[in-house]
Design a protein around this ligand. Structure first.
Ligand code: HEC
Length: 114
């Protein structure tokens, strides 16, 4: 095998492996699972102005009221936020992972005692 053939072989192997790295990387960065801690930060930045912990004004549910929604209702509401007219301005820029983190945080509040 000549040096050229060897280089071609190595190159073709590298090219075959590259897409695999791509898939692995993208599946990491778009991991939709999220965390409670991230949810707390995102909620504080985007939601707490209207849905504060206990107080509820202008008929907006408090965080505690949101946390008492059942999981299915909460998931439907949170994932519909990017298109509902009240929430779109606050949630359009949030990723699926951000929304998932918010759901985890709201559900987590249920287990805390205030
Ligand atoms: C500008 C004020 C405002 C902001 C900011 C806001 N909301 Fe709302 N949200 C409302 C209003 C008004 C309603 C309808 C009344 C209600 O159910 O609280 C509502 C309803 C909801 C509901 C449904 C409550 C139910 O009982 O069905 C959820 C869940 C919710 N908001 C989550 C969020 C999350 C999460 C964020 C942050 C990404 C957010 N909201 C940001 C005003 C706001």
């Amino acid at each position: 095998m000549t040096k050229l053939q060897l280089e071609k072989l190595i190159n073709s192997k590298v090219l075959m492996v590259l897409p695999l790295f791509g898939v692995l990387l993208s599946s990491c960065s778009s991991d939709p699972s999220g965390t409670v801690a991230e949810g707390k930060m995102i909620y504080t930045d985007n939601c707490v102005a209207c849905h504060s912990l206990k107080s509820s004004f202008n008929n907006q549910s408090s965080l505690l009221q949101l946390s008492s929604l059942d999981s299915v209702q909460l998931t439907i509401k949170i994932h519909g936020m990017r298109v509902d007219s009240i929430h779109a301005p606050y949630s359009r820029k949030l990723s699926d992972r951000d929304l998932q983190s918010i759901s985890l945080y709201i559900k987590d509040v249920r287990t805390l005692r205030y």
